[in-house]
Every structure is written in structure tokens, then in C-alpha cells.
Write a protein that binds this ligand. Sequence first.
Ligand code: PLP
Length: 427
Amino acid sequence: IYKRSSQLFAEAEKVIPGGVNSPVRAFKAVGGTPIFVKSAKGAYLYDEDGNKLIDYINSWGPMVLGHAYQPVVDVVIEKAKLGTSFGMPTELETQIAALAVAMVPNIDKIRFVNSGTEACMSAIRLARGFTKRDKIIKFAGCYHGHSDSFLIQAGSGAVTFGSPNSPGVTEGTAKDTLLAKYNDLENVKTLIEANKNEIAAIIIEPVAGNMGCIPPQKGFLQGLRDLCTANGILLIFDEVMTGFRLARGGVQELYNIKADIVTFGKVIGGGLPVGAFAAREEIMNYLAPLGPVYQAGTLSGNPLAMAAGLAMLQSLDNDRAVFTRLEEKTAYLEAGIDKVLKANKVVFTINRVGSMISVHFDASPVTDFQSAAKGDNETFKKFFHGLLQEGIYIAPSAYETWFITDALTYEDLDFTIKVIDKVSKTF
Ligand code: PLP
């Protein structure tokens, strides 16, 4: 059924190393042809082979209100026609900044870049400058973008840059990155003890979404907060995935924990490339005298992207019930999957926080990178392909999170549960 996609993939491989962009990397885990998509609307993808698919990948998270969301489409068309100048100040950037600052707790100022990767890079650089320290603690399986500046082990099963000797990693950057185990506070304490007064920041996905959906265990985030405060370390919440998705104010609001720096991407761009980093005034003002070239590039804050992001945030801000609806829909799906898999005597774990969910075919609780790995197995492959055959496109690895969009109907969810029942009977 994927004849056209196969052809397109073969053509792509000739001119793009590794074929096309995501989700090819993830697709390799399950086998099969990456599906080429022609258009997307609401909760559905329409592929090049003429299939309609219920989409749980959601462009990896940004389209919380669905694909081709009309208010965003309208402003992008309007701005494109106006031919607004890139690189010149527009009022739009101030408007989206003011709205983001109003929606998210504990931030006074925000700066826009082009991606989540850049946002995290900028946050790390800011933390190093502000603290006059170099080292960073990150967690195995947490992904903060494709920059080599602090990545040792990324999410999604990929050990992107394995050691300081790997190609692409400069000695200084990898040497200064300390790798901790997610949900393991003792591990973090030991690293801090061994590097007294040297650690600038701890960066974390406060709800992890790049090794499946992994919630922070009770007390973990507060424990990190306390350790950071006691040791002069800045706590960076990478909310590229969770921001404007799990709650209006993100994970800080959801669990009532204060971060020092927060990064954004995905939803904040309404589907266009936008990243941002934010903090309280005292920290952000460190940037003010440095001048713009140290903080942004040619396209940062460009009017098309700002208009899309602003329309998105305004929609979320105006519809106060949206996060409750997302939570209810996802909880409904979770309960349905749980019921049919149990009835079919399947060994599994489901993790969910708000509108992020992942299914792992292993009995042990999925609390970190290692435990997530066990659920990414042959059963998962059968599950993935079984669903795809019935027109349901989930993330192609147990290391990936499914993102629920408000555009999904209860009929879509019921259909999905029915298909999962059918497919899991064949395990
Ligand atoms: N941080 C997190 C938590 C992410 O999930 C991602 C992307 O998936 C990034 C950073 C990188 O963002 P981008 O892909 O926009 O560069």
C-alpha cells in the first residue's frame, strides 16, 4: 500500500543523506517505509498513497489544536501577502512575548530563536555566563536538540554522540556534560558533590517525552529544585515538548515547581519554526548588554513565525477549557487501551501525563531510559504495523510519545481502542 511513498523515499535518498527528515530515524526501529504525507487537517494525515490516517505523532507535538488550524493558517497567509520585512522589529514579537510571559509562571522576559535546539543551546549559554561556571548535568534519554554543545546521550534510543572522542563532539563540550539517571536524585547529589561550585545548570525534560512519556516521580523535581538552590545551580526546564501542552503554564504550573530558565519550541510556533528561552528579569538582563548577534539569527523573531505563534497562544489563552479537554480525551484513550490489553492478557505498561502518552510492552515500571528500552521490542513492532494497517499512525517506537490533539474526536478514540483490541489479540 505504500508504493508511492517507497518511490519518493528512494528519490529522497539520492539527494538527502539518510533519506528524508524525521520520522525516518524512528522508523528504522520498526522497519517499513516512511510514509510521505500530502496534506494534514485536524487529527488526520492524508498520505501520497491515498490513505487517510489518524495521526498520533502530531508533527512530534506542536499541533495541539490539530493540523492546519484555521486561525494560524489565516494569519500566516495574511502576513505572507503583506511582505513584512525580516530582521526589522515588528510589534508581533513584543505581543507574543508579553502573552507568553503572562501565561507561564516565574518568567519576566523571553527571547525568540528558530527551534527548540537553539532555545536549549541559548539557555545553556546563558546559564554558563550568568553563573560563571561551565558544567551541566543532563539526564540519559532526555533530548534537548541536535546541537553537539551538551549532548551525550539523546532520547529515542539514539546515543547521538557517545563519548568525548566521538566525531562532532568537541572535547570541552562533552567533558563538561555530566550524565545522570532520570528520577534518581541520589545520582544527582553525587555528581554535585564531586563537582562542587563547578556546575552551572541542571537541564531536564520535567516530564520526559523523548524516551516514551516518563513522569517525574514524586519529590524528584522538588528535590532538584532544592539541590539547585542550595548549590547555586540554575534549574533549566526544557519545556519544548511540554510547554503550552500539559498546562497553560507548562510543568511549572502543573507540579508547582519553579525553574530558573525555561525553554520552548513546538506549540509556541503554531507549526512554524519558533523556539524561545525565558527566565526572570535578573537572569535575562545578563543578555541585554551583549547585543542581538549573540542571541539570535537572521530569521529569529521573523514576522511569519511570530504571527503563527501569537495566533496559537491567543487561541490557547482564550479557550481556558482546552487543557482539561485534552486531559480528558487522553485519559479516556488510556483507560480504553488499558482495558483491552488487560482483557487480552498482554504484558504492558502505559505512561501518561496530560495529553502525552506511551505504551511499552514490558511489565516493569518505565521510569528511566533503561526501563523504556525494554518495552521497545518485537511486540511493539507488531503493534505499530497492526495499527498502521488499520489507518492509525502512532509514533514508531516505544521511545516515542503519542501526542493527543484537541481535534481528535471520541469516535476516533473509540475506533483506536477497537483496533488495539483486534491487533493485540494476535500477539
Ligand atoms: N527539547 C525537547 C524536549 C524536544 O522534544 C526537542 C525536539 O523534539 C528539542 C528540545 C529540540 O527541538 P527542535 O527539534 O525544535 O530543535
